[in-house]
Design a protein. Structure first.
Length: 135
């Protein structure tokens, strides 16, 4: 099977024992949730007054650049934005304008971003952000 995969230009690899579900979950997150995050970003931009016709040109380069950086540099180094800067005031303003149905996703992703920021985020800022996101 690996010879066939290589012959058609695929890159064969082995999964860990019992790893098929985790592998499939990874692909689902990378594909489907990226699409869902795009939808959320579009909704928020429209809420902020951005015309629908401008959204591809506004969001596309930002998202493509972020994805390219995350893949080439690694997620921790590619991270930008208010959380890695320790800007709790901006995060608080985001939470005020977010529709209620989007707040749980923002909070969970925010907590994950705090963890991803690692040593780039001073401990005091980490604690402030986590308290805000868990409120």
């Amino acid at each position: 099977m690996q010879d066939f995969a290589a012959a058609i230009g695929a890159r064969p690899f082995a999964l860990a024992p019992g790893g098929k579900a985790a592998y499939h979950a990874a692909l689902s997150v990378a594909s489907n949730y990226l699409v869902t995050l795009t939808d959320i970003a579009r909704q928020l931009a429209r809420q902020g007054g951005v015309d629908e016709a401008l959204l591809p040109a506004l969001l596309g380069p930002l998202m493509q650049g972020s994805l390219a950086n995350a893949l080439s540099m690694g997620p921790q180094q590619a991270l930008t934005g208010p959380i890695v800067r320790g800007d709790a005031a901006t995060v608080a303003r985001h939470l005020v304008v977010l529709p209620l149905e989007l707040q749980p996703a923002y909070r969970v992703l925010g907590e994950r971003t705090v963890a991803l920021a690692g040593a780039r985020l001073p401990e005091e800022a980490r604690q402030t952000l986590l308290a805000l996101l868990r409120d």
